[in-house]
Design a protein around this ligand. Structure first.
Ligand SMILES: Nc1ncnc2c1ncn2[C@@H]1O[C@H](COP(=O)(O)OP(=O)(O)OP(=O)(O)O)[C@@H](O)[C@H]1O
Length: 578
């Protein structure tokens, strides 16, 4: 997946690799110049001016190499940054597009917050990983092998010092990484938790303030934050012991190298010049090897976080959409709705929420659905616009099994106004056009009139161009509901479902909305889910649900006569009103 995304940027990849090679080459080249400079210094046969001339020459060479290395490093950082940002932007967009193809059921399975974290945090982790790969991870083995080989070529007799040092550093790095591993692993989940608490708190700011929950929210946040601090400190402590351990190992290695070289020099003064120069570059190579191992260990730790994120993005991208639509021609359906032995269980839920439901609604009817809270009213309604497919049985609209109609036909035929009015930031017109993209002002006027929204929209100076803030926060609950009903009716659907969507309207407005439905949406089957029986008392037929079963169907008068469940709801509500 990531390789495919990277493949698009071959030029940048090549540039990143070449600039990295330039950098590694310059780093490995530098010690040999140091060797030459020291050899000149130790050369007894050269005059002082001869030495200065040679050393200046080498010095200029050293500076040129350092500049080449610096240019390589700057260009590498630039190309790696550009590459990682471009790839992560592609992945983010690809993930978002994939989520758009998800059915509501797929989104429910992941939970929307989790998907947001994947598109933000996880994509960022991948971006950091790619940056690391093209800046450091590939450089490390090259630097390690290069410095290892060159150190042995420079001082063949000291090969064992390098081997012992590498082993000791590898052991210390391994032990430290093992102890830090669980702390790194805990970071991600704690960050998720901290994000969650902060988000809950800010989203529910009104509840927090009105229930004076600031202190308990702060305590909850502190607990998670302190836990994160604990893990950070534990990592810090390990680092603080790692650094002196590396210093001791390197000092010992340097000491051993110098000691041995001085014995060679003493034994054979003729090799003094070569050996003294060599020891300098040998020590530099040792430092490069040590740097490569330490960086390698640390980077692989961070890389493992990136790999986890990659897995999480891959999971989303490879999730097959649970709901597919038939590629049949678009058609015009009438508003009959039929449930034929429909049962439904939510994903990951063993017990069915709806059990063997059977009914048939005639086109243009006004239908009420009532039942106790949790009896399955919203669940039943969600099967009509195919937010979910039934686990068993068939849902038909216009006489056609919904599984065999095109997505466009479904969209043109059915509209649902959900219990919670959800508006998107933008303008009123932008929100209404979600219902009918080609809607003009007269369509909006008509729909706003039906939903009793015209009155407050007309009071806004910009009318349909009035801004809508995030989640419609600049509108009252009732206004949001009216706008959301307007969006639902604007395309004049054949089936309109109102899932408790007039709850924030006063009784008078609710009556006006229903009268407008009767008058202006004559051919539309209107299904009203209501908590209050008064909202559906005039319906042509009422479905009564009880614990996921359809226990009765009829007009208000029929049900008052012969449905014990309906009678109970009706009597309880009458008693409350009295
Ligand atoms: N997304 C979901 N995942 C799992 N279970 C769910 C989900 N939504 C609802 N349920 C469960 O299904 C049952 C029926 O819920 P539903 O929302 O359909 O009831 P309802 O009659 O509309 O209730 P209310 O009048 O309170 O809105 C409840 O037990 C609920 O816990």
């Amino acid at each position: 997946m990531v390789m495919k995304a990277i493949g698009k940027y071959k030029l940048l990849v090549t540039a990143a690799l070449l600039t990295m090679l330039l950098q590694v080459g310059a780093t490995l080249w530098q010690p040999s110049y140091m060797k030459n400079i020291l050899s000149v210094m130790a050369n007894m046969s050269l005059s002082t001016s001869g030495k200065i001339d040679k050393i200046s020459g080498y010095g200029i060479g050293l500076i040129v190499i350092a500049v080449i290395g610096l240019i390589g490093s700057i260009l590498n950082t630039l190309t790696a940054a550009k590459l990682s940002q471009a790839v992560s932007a592609d992945l983010r967009e690809q993930t978002f597009r994939k989520i758009q193809t998800f059915s509501y059921e797929d989104i429910e399975k992941y939970k929307s917050d989790n998907l947001v974290v994947r598109m933000t945090n996880d994509v960022n982790q991948i971006q950091m990983l790619l940056m690391m790969v093209f800046q450091v991870l590939i450089r490390i083995p090259l630097l390690f092998v290069g410095a290892f080989v060159l150190s042995i070529i420079t001082m063949p007799k000291l090969w064992w010092i390098i081997v012992v040092m590498v082993l000791l550093i590898a052991v210390v790095t391994g032990v430290s990484m093992k102890s830090m591993g669980p702390h790194f692993a805990a970071f991600q989940s704690l960050m998720d938790r901290i994000n969650g608490i902060a988000k809950d708190n800010l989203r529910g700011a009104r509840v927090v303030k009105s229930f004076v929950q600031e202190k308990s929210q702060a305590e909850k946040f502190d607990a998670a934050s302190d836990e994160l601090l604990g893990h950070n400190l534990a990592v810090g402590y390990t680092f603080s012991t790692m650094v002196p351990a590396f210093t001791i190992i390197s000092q010992l290695a340097i000491f051993a190298a110098i000691l041995l070289v001085s014995t060679f020099v003493t034994k054979s003064p003729s090799v003094a010049q070569d050996q003294l120069g060599g020891i300098m570059s040998f020590i530099q190579y040792m430092m490069q090897i040590m740097f490569a191992i330490i960086m390698g260990g640390m980077m692989s730790m961070f890389a493992s976080r990136g790999m986890v994120s990659m897995g999480r993005i891959k999971e989303v991208l490879s999730t097959p959409t649970s709901m597919t639509f038939d590629d049949t021609p678009d058609e015009t359906l009438d508003g009959t709705v039929e449930f034929d032995h429909v049962s439904f269980a939510y994903p990951n839920d063993d017990a069915p929420t709806l059990k063997d439901i059977n009914f048939k609604l005639t086109s243009g009817e006004m239908v009420g659905i009532v039942g106790a809270t949790g009896s399955g009213k919203s669940t039943l309604a969600q099967l009509i616009p195919r937010l979910f497919d039934p686990t068993e049985g068939t849902v038909k609209v216009g006489g056609k099994d919904l599984k065999h109609v095109s997505q466009k036909t479904l969209k043109n035929t059915i509209s649902i106004v959900l219990q919670k009015a959800i508006l998107f930031s933008g303008t009123i017109a932008g929100n209404l056009k979600q219902g009918k993209p080609a809607a003009n002002d007269s369509d909006m006027d008509r729909a706003a009139g039906i939903a009793q929204a015209a009155e407050f929209i007309n009071r806004l100076p910009e009318r349909y161009n009035a801004p809508v803030e995030e989640r419609g926060n600049n509108f009252s609950g009732g206004q949001k509901q009216r706008l959301s009903i307007t969006r639902g009716v604007i395309k004049q659907p054949k089936v309109l479902i109102l899932d408790d969507s007039t709850s924030a309207l006063d009784a008078h407005s609710e009556k006006l909305v229903q009268e407008a439905f009767n008058r202006d949406l004559k051919g539309t089957t209107t299904i009203i889910i209501a908590q209050k029986i008064s909202s559906v008392v005039h319906a042509d037929t009422i479905l009564v649900l009880d614990e996921g079963r359809l226990v009765a169907q009829g007009t208000h008068h029929e049900l008052v006569e012969n449905s014990p469940v309906y009678q109970q709801i009706y009597n309880t509500q009458k008693a409350k009103e009295a």
